[in-house]
Design a binder for this molecule. Structure first.
Ligand SMILES: N[C@@H](Cc1ccccc1)C(=O)O
Length: 420
């Protein structure tokens, strides 16, 4: 048995790709706009802080997970260690985040698709484009996990190619004065007050935590492999965001973000603003293609998670009709919300940050407190112990609470927001 699983043990690359693939998505397109206020240096510091806390909280979930049989879900851990009330709260926060993400993906995917459909002279309707986007990719999820798997592989290859060509293209237009905000318009700029708006959006972009229990199942509770997947995968995301941030904020001056912010951070508007600064048409096309593939790959990954969650919650079964019911509860609510309330993208990602802060930071910290009490150091299956003691746990807990408050206070209008 052990020999068999050793032979079949999935590669480390696979685990890192799962983490990076989930993390890299809509959040990435919201980051440059959400960090326009603090601008480049501030953005890099916020990203570093967020990456660190999110990576550590992923490791916390893993530390807790090792005390349970491989395959134990997030639900199992929360219910067993924190009780049914926390479990309900956690489930609610999870569904909330995934619904809002799907809403954002349909919104952004639809708007990129709309550009193409309009160019092809087919239609200019945003409702048609969003509907088409939702139907095609929801069909893949309904069809089978295998279909999603195949399509995801194609998308990752496509994303790598288009990302490299776009970023190198954009970086060739890089202007250090723009990057450091030293243009004449920037005189007297303030940065610090805008840090709060940036935090939850950045948190959302580093979310991957529903993957940790799946990775523990995948690697049969091998904490060393899961640890490398979490650290490596989140570092890949960090590297890609840093490049993207440099490419966007090094080309599009800070004051030029005004129309993008006014449009709620709409990705199509951001791409349009960028295209005014880069002369080649081809670049604009590859950028659109990259954005589209990144959105589709996250749409597939995230909706598969919710699809399985709903199937399990409502006991829908795996027949074609059972899957149709699961698909309906997964896709119809965010789709309808998207058609009825097509609002600001960055605000929506801020709400993802708010909900995700609960189960990617606060709950992992509480779980690890509880699990260290329940499973003392001497127990046999305690192979992994995150260093840093309670100080680190409090640090991550504070990170989660700061993010939650930042989003609530921003929405209440108590914190300054940058308008360009
Ligand atoms: N990081 C994902 C969103 C996400 C948030 C929270 C958990 C999982 C995924 C994105 O940017 O699209």
């Amino acid at each position: 048995m052990s020999q068999n699983s050793a032979v079949k043990s999935p590669s480390l690359m696979g685990g890192m790709m799962i983490v990076a693939g989930t993390a890299i998505g809509a959040g990435m397109f919201a980051n440059p706009t959400a960090t326009a206020g603090i601008w480049y240096t501030g953005a890099m510091l916020v990203m570093l802080y967020t990456w660190y806390c999110m990576c550590v909280s992923g490791l916390m979930i893993m530390e807790v997970n090792q005390h349970y049989p491989a395959g134990a879900s997030f639900n199992t851990l929360v219910k067993d260690l924190l009780g049914p009330a926390w479990n309900l709260f956690n489930g609610f926060a999870f569904v909330f985040v995934v619904y809002i993400l799907l809403y954002a993906y349909i919104f952004v995917g639809g708007s990129v698709l709309q550009t193409w459909l309009a160019q092809a002279g087919i239609t200019d309707s945003s409702v048609m484009a969003s509907t088409l986007f939702m139907l095609v990719f929801a069909l893949c999820v309904w069809w089978s996990t295998k279909a999603v798997d195949r399509l995801s592989t194609v998308l990752i290859v496509g994303m790598a190619l288009t990302f490299l060509s776009t970023v190198t293209g954009l970086l060739s237009h890089l202007d250090i004065a723009v990057l450091l905000n030293q243009l004449p318009q920037a005189v007297g700029s303030e940065y610090m007050p805008y840090v709060w708006v940036a935090l939850p959006v950045c948190l959302a972009s580093f979310g991957f935590h529903m993957n940790v229990p799946s990775l523990m199942a995948y690697y049969q509770n091998d904490t060393q492999k899961v640890r490398i997947s979490i650290i490596g995968g989140s570092l890949i995301a960090f590297a890609i965001y840093a490049l993207w941030q440099t490419a966007v904020q090094g080309v599009l001056p800070r004051h030029e973000f005004a129309p993008v912010i006014a449009a709620g951070g709409d990705v199509a508007v951001l791409l349009q603003a960028l295209s005014a600064y880069v002369s080649t048409d081809g670049l604009n096309e590859t950028l659109n293609a990259f954005a589209f593939m990144a959105i589709v790959s996250s749409f597939l990954g995230v909706s598969l998670g919710l699809f399985d969650y709903m199937a399990d919650l409502f006991k829908f079964g795996n027949s074609a009709t059972g899957r149709l019911k699961s698909a309906a509860v997964t896709f119809v609510p965010p789709y309808i919300a998207c058609i009825l309330f097509p609002t600001g993208f960055v605000t929506v990602i801020g709400y993802v940050g708010l909900g995700a802060a609960i189960w990617t930071a606060v709950i992992p910290a509480l779980l690890v407190f509880a699990s260290r009490r329940r499973f003392p150091k001497t127990s046999a299956n305690n192979s992994y112990l995150l260093k840093g003691g309670s100080v680190l746990i409090w640090f991550v807990l504070a990170f989660g609470i700061i993010n939650i408050l930042a989003q609530i206070f921003t929405q209440l209008g108590w914190l300054p927001s940058f308008h360009g």
